[in-house]
Design a protein around this ligand. Structure first.
Ligand code: C2O
Ligand code: CU
Length: 509
């Protein structure tokens, strides 16, 4: 079941080439939906929860009967889910037993710069097989404007075998995720399995009568392709550099022909006829999704959106479909009592041409399950950022330049800051584009003020850290950086675009 490309050029044509699998693929809905384990802390005390994760190669059975060699956090894909309490410090000690250097970024984390996963602040593989110099060379050689080194020491420097990332968690409840962020290698790293959920919980959210326990499902949606033997297929173009270099064929990013949800191909989940909270995360390298249920429930509005990237909305927003760009999260409640027991409810990705492609299915097995959950009309208080208070407006143009993908005509170069916002001051950032780019900003969430000079779109509500720009669009956001000064990133979350240099530093002063 090939899945088409959902990327579109300004003229409506579809440039994205889907990388076909060579392996025998299962029929959809044969594999039960896995739910990632929650990671236990190794210690809890003094206001800090400490976790340990070993990054290592693991052979996973993703396609029935075949082995997929993956790069993993702790031996699974997705990695285990870390659950933090708002206001309690979380530390994650990462040990790198991969054959490659790695960098960990907590996406959506309000994180001091030294723990944010600056793209050249690698953890070298344990055992010393790769030196800091070799690691730097592999990240920068051949990149536009680099002579094989950056001359920049990074934010927290190179670590040997281990690094402890400290997350103060001075932030509200939200669905975050952690993933690899190594310069020039993020696409390959994430494709190979380096991604997992990191949830933040708080008292405000706990007090709401939302579905919980088995009825709260994190869903990591990714696309992949497979070689005949079951290994991940990824276009590794530049064998001399040993680096994923992406040729014209993949200028729009790498699209796979298999959808994995929580690491399983087109899985199926048996469910009661009851409300479920689905934390949708698009962890795909380059593929946006427009998710719909088939069949739709009577009366439509299957998705009751309660949150976005940065946690709860003020009030729920109802949708027939949700659009998820790479990196974005939508927190939705779906009431499976709206379908008759015995119904197979498919979650599908609908493309612009109207075709629907499998993602996963929910089999509604029992009608009258006890369900005391509900979605209140008021979920939270969301402080509205007032654009009248903005001290400056900055423009960021995302486009294709002669050297690859650029922001304001520059490809990424560590240490070169595109903006120097001041701590605590409100700014307006204006993103413009000719093609489709999901734009992501580190450190703080933002609010979308306008899309194409009009109102924000139906999927722009609440606190966002990633906003999907469609071809030729202009999006204005209000953003205020708080608590931590230092060097951070903004970039396109199409990971091949990011690797092809569509990334920039900004320095919070
Ligand atoms: Cu999810 Cu800078 O990335
Ligand atoms: Cu892009």
């Amino acid at each position: 079941p090939l899945i088409g490309s959902a990327l579109r050029r300004a003229d409506g044509s579809s440039p994205g080439r889907v990388l076909s699998s060579r392996a025998r693929l299962p029929e959809p809905y044969q594999v039960p939906l896995p739910v990632p384990d929650v990671l236990d802390p190794v210690s809890r005390g003094g206001g800090t929860d400490v976790y340990e994760l070993t990054q290592r190669v693991a052979d996973l059975e993703i396609l029935p009967g075949l082995r997929t060699r993956a790069w993993t956090y702790g031996g699974t894909f997705p990695g285990p889910t870390v659950v933090s309490r708002s206001g309690r410090r979380t530390q994650v000690r990462h040990r790198n037993e991969l054959p490659q250097p790695s960098v960990v970024h907590l996406h959506g984390g309000h994180t001091p710069a030294g723990s944010d996963g600056y793209p050249i602040d690698v953890i070298l593989p344990a055992g010393g097989a790769i030196s800091a110099e070799q690691a730097m060379k592999a990240m920068t050689e051949g990149m536009p404007g680099h002579g094989g080194h950056t001359g920049h020491g990074g934010v927290s420097g190179v670590a040997e075998a281990e690094r402890t990332y400290t997350y103060p968690m001075r932030q509200r409840a939200a669905t975050l995720w952690y993933h690899d962020h190594r310069m020039s290698w993020t696409g390959l790293g994430v494709w190979s399995g380096l991604a997992g959920f990191h949830l933040v919980r708080d008292d405000e959210e706990d007090r709401l009568p939302l579905p919980r326990g088995d009825r709260e499902l994190p869903l990591l949606i990714t696309d992949r392709s497979f070689e005949e033997d079951g290994s991940f297929r990824y276009p590794l173009i530049d064998p001399d550099l040993g680096r994923p270099g992406v040729t014209d064929d993949y200028m729009d990013g790498v699209l796979g022909d298999v959808v994995l949800v929580n690491g399983a191909p087109w899985p199926v989940h048996r469910t009661d006829g009851a409300r479920h909270r689905l934390r949708l995360l698009n962890g795909s390298n380059a593929r946006p999704y427009r998710l719909e249920f088939d069949p739709q429930p009577p009366g439509g509005d299957a998705f009751v959106q309660i949150g976005s990237d940065g946690g709860l909305l003020e009030r729920p927003v109802r949708h027939d479909a949700v659009h998820l760009g790479p990196g974005e999260r939508f927190d939705v409640v779906v009431d499976f009592a709206r379908w008759k027991p015995g119904t197979r409810v498919r979650l599908v990705n609908t493309l612009a041409d109207g075709t629907a492609h499998d993602v996963m299915a929910f089999d509604v097995v029992r009608a009258s399950a006890a369900d005391d959950s509900r979605v209140p009309d008021r979920l939270s208080r969301v402080e509205r950022l007032d654009p009248a208070e903005a001290v400056t407006t900055r423009d960021f143009h995302f486009r294709q330049g002669k050297d690859g993908w650029t922001i304001n005509d520059d490809g990424y170069r560590p240490g070169r800051a595109l903006a120097r916002p001041k701590l605590g001051q409100l700014e307006i950032w204006r993103f413009t584009t000719s093609l489709q780019h999901p734009v992501h900003v580190h450190l703080n969430h933002f609010q979308v003020l306008s899309r194409n000079h009009g109102d924000p779109g139906p999927y722009d509500a609440g606190w966002k850290d990633t906003v999907d720009l469609r071809p030729t669009e202009a999006v204005e956001v209000a953003i205020r950086f708080t608590d931590y000064a230092g060097t951070y990133m903004l970039h396109c979350h199409n990971l091949e675009h990011e690797d092809m240099a569509m990334m920039a530093d900004f320095v919070v002063e």
